[in-house]
Design a protein around this ligand. Structure first.
Ligand code: TMP
Length: 254
């Protein structure tokens, strides 16, 4: 295969120049990091699963009118995406207390929140992705008030839709992280969903047992990390290795 020009390498993905102007190829690695790369490892097959899971979720979201950067999956580890100007924010949505929220505020992990919370973190590894308020975001020009209005509206729709989608396959969507980008088309700017949605950036718990099926298995050394990612794909009906019988659609849970 002809090598393309590499534009950027992140912790879990590589971006290559795409075949046409305005497009990029997003390559999913098996590398895993946690705690701002203080912990490093490999999750065998993660790239393949995340490519497929993110394709599936972005496609479902596009069907309900959420604009995304996703164009199409190219192969097991790569997808074609639109080139966007990434807004330097990690937008975290929480439905159930877990992770840094539980640690910071002393709230028991697993407690359902009375309403969903949106938090913003400034994407900056050197600063350890600090949490920021809307005031910081608009003051330093990372996004405008209008951008944030669009981001919140899209984020709430994504949360509602994905909560239902995951619940349908017996998974609680505890929390997740989104990234957005600016897409320019004929002098007009639109905010679109970017990056990926996968067990790397969601907390996904079995709805009945509470078993974790996401990157916390790696972060917290819980074992069976690959199995967690595979189980998410299996329940969504998209496990790449599975036969055609398993590829027909999501498994409905009672
Ligand atoms: P947190 O509880 O550690 O703040 O994480 C909240 C959610 O955001 C969780 O689903 C994992 C995701 N996340 C990322 O995708 N990238 C990150 O760098 C961090 C810290 C969290």
């Amino acid at each position: 295969m002809a090598r393309r020009r590499q534009l950027y390498e992140g912790k879990a993905k590589i971006l290559f120049e795409g075949p046409e102007p305005g497009t990029l190829v997003q390559y999913f690695k098996d590398d895993a990091t946690a705690f701002n790369a203080k912990k490093k490892g490999t999750i065998t097959g993660k790239g393949v699963l995340n490519n497929r899971i993110s394709e599936y979720l972005m496609t479902r979201l596009a069907e309900i009118g959420i604009p995304t950067h996703f164009i199409r999956r190219l192969n097991m580890r790569e997808q074609l995406i639109r080139e966007v100007e990434i807004i330097p924010l990690e937008v975290v949505v929480r439905n159930v207390a877990a992770g840094s929220l539980s640690q910071r505020l002393g709230i028991t992990e697993g407690q359902r929140l009375p309403r969903s919370i949106i938090e913003y973190y400034y994407k900056n590894d050197a600063l350890n992705d600090p949490m920021v308020a809307e005031e910081h975001i608009t003051c330093f020009g990372w996004a405008s008030t209008q951008d944030l209005d669009d981001i919140v509206a899209l984020t709430l729709r994504v949360n509602d839709f994905l909560t239902g989608l995951f619940l349908g396959v017996g998974i609680t969507l505890v929390d997740f992280k989104l990234e957005f980008g600016r897409l320019w088309e004929n002098e007009e700017m639109r905010i679109v969903l970017a990056d990926e949605i996968s067990p790397d950036n969601c907390r996904l718990w079995d709805a009945k047992t509470g078993e974790k099926m996401d990157k916390d298995r790696f972060r917290r050394d819980l074992g069976k990390v690959e199995e967690g990612y595979q189980e998410v794909a299996r329940r969504l009906g998209i496990l790449p290795e599975a036969g055609p019988r398993d590829m027909t659609g999501p498994e409905v849970m009672q």
